[in-house]
Design a protein around this ligand. Structure first.
Ligand SMILES: Cc1cc2nc3c(=O)[nH]c(=O)nc-3n(C[C@H](O)[C@H](O)[C@H](O)COP(=O)(O)O)c2cc1C
Ligand SMILES: [Fe+2]
Ligand SMILES: [Fe+2]
Length: 405
């Protein structure tokens, strides 16, 4: 049964949620599912803003038909040519053969790479700042390359001041009735998942995010409608733009320590617990310890973006660094994390290069500041280790508390 929702007088949400999906992009756990948003604008001309993932095709097509209420479709605007939003372009062209596909050069070349249909007669190419008049509504196009694919563009509705933002401002969240974040407890329910979405989907492209934000600053925005999760209106727009500014610039939100450990038998964990206790005694709040072996990397990456001070506690493993720790660090570096304060704990029983490998990853002084002396544990923590752990805690606490002044 169709399930369409009114967003404004003449704009309808025609998307749906997939709550059976375990891993978004076959990588990121989406515990509550995720929505694929799509919108119909009913004006003198009709427009469909993106399609959806193949998992919800049937409901989506019913929704589009219901929203159009017997009218034909004049335009399909393709903000992002990724299959989770494009799986139904061919079917839309089959159903509405006259529809104009609005996109840019890369949109159409990606379309041709993904899908066999020759739809070239339907192409309606647009460039930056082009406008598409639908009647009362006029859509103005802004190219926002690499947020997070090269062909990504956004459109701004001059009439209702709505930004159709493609994947930007999305969230790992379904639509549970409420179409807007403002109708939900944002801090409790959304922020962490909006951050985890940003970090893992867009995090690598901070520079492009900042340049997109600069372009968007030309618009007065009353509503943001992303392709995943609820939209934004009211005071949350300013807040979200601020978060994107922070995340795009790789600025930490929490002046505190994130302690990441990989431990086979618990001794490295023991060292981390002792360090964390000493940090707390010195007045550091909101310390977080994460066992990287049992935490999905997408959550670890989100925390790495959040915290100012990162402690990597890794063990020697087959003469190198514990593999999961190696993966965590490589992934964080690939996301272009920078401007973090880094400290190390290494545990080993007979020898290996865990410490050197970790130090090597963070050797770029323009990108990272090393705090304190690395602590080296030999199999288990002993009395003699307490002094170096305390010194490391002193150095980390000083770097955090100094900044807070
Ligand atoms: C499969 C395996 C390989 C290991 N390889 C090394 C190694 O090459 N060099 C070393 O010093 N310790 C090695 N260790 C020992 C770990 O570093 C050891 O687990 C650690 O010192 C104790 O810390 P934990 O209790 O946190 O695991 C290895 C342990 C395992 C299980
Ligand atoms: Fe995408
Ligand atoms: Fe997407």
């Amino acid at each position: 049964m169709q399930n369409i929702r009114k967003v404004t007088e003449d704009i309808y949400w025609v998307g749906a949620s997939d709550r059976r999906l375990a891993l978004f992009e076959n990588l990121f756990p989406v515990n509550r599912g995720i929505s694929y948003n799509s919108f119909v604008i009913l004006d003198e001309k009709t427009a469909l803003m993106d399609t959806v993932d193949s998992s919800i095709t049937d409901l989506f097509l019913e929704n589009v038909e219901a929203a159009l209420a017997g009218r034909t479709l004049d335009y399909l605007v393709i903000h992002h040519m990724e299959p989770d939003h494009c799986a139904n372009i061919e079917e839309i062209v089959r159903r509405y053969p006259e529809v104009k596909l609005v996109g840019n050069k890369s949109t159409f070349s990606f379309f041709e790479q993904f899908y066999p249909m020759d739809a070239s007669k339907n192409y309606y190419p647009v460039k930056k700042n082009d406008e598409l008049n639908l009647g009362a509504h006029t859509l103005k196009f802004t190219m926002t390359p690499n947020v997070h694919w090269p062909e990504v563009m956004m459109s701004y509705d001059l009439k209702d001041k709505i930004l159709f933002s493609a994947d930007a401002f999305g969230c790992f969240a379904p639509i549970d009735g409420n179409l807007f974040m403002n109708e939900l407890d944002f801090d409790q329910r959304i922020l962490a998942e909006a951050r985890r979405y940003y970090v893992n989907i867009v995090g690598h492209y901070g520079k492009n995010v900042l340049s997109a934000l600069k372009k968007l600053s030309a618009f007065e925005i009353d509503m943001i409608l992303p392709l995943h999760g609820p939209g934004y209106s009211g005071e949350l727009i300013e807040r979200m733009l601020h978060y994107y500014q922070t995340w795009g610039a790789y600025l930490p939100e929490e002046k505190s320590a994130l302690l990441l450990y990989g431990s086979m038998y618990g001794n490295t964990e023991n060292a981390v617990d002792i360090l964390a206790g000493k940090l707390a005694e010195k007045g550091v709040a909101n310390i977080k310890i994460v066992d990287i072996s049992r935490t999905d990397p997408s959550y670890i990456m989100a925390d790495i973006f959040k915290y100012s001070n990162l402690v990597f506690a890794g063990t020697n493993y087959n003469t190198g660094l514990y593999i999961k720790m190696d993966n965590v660090i490589r992934e964080a570096l690939h996301l272009e994390i920078k401007d973090r304060k880094i400290s190390f704990i290494r545990n080993g029983t007979w020898g290996g290069k865990a410490l050197e490998i970790m130090q090597n990853y963070f050797s770029d002084e323009k990108r990272f500041t090393i705090v304190g002396e690395p602590v080296e544990i030999h199999s288990s923590v002993k009395d003699g280790d307490l002094a170096p752990i305390t010194e490391l805690a002193d150095a980390i606490a000083a770097s955090i508390l100094k900044e807070e002044e």
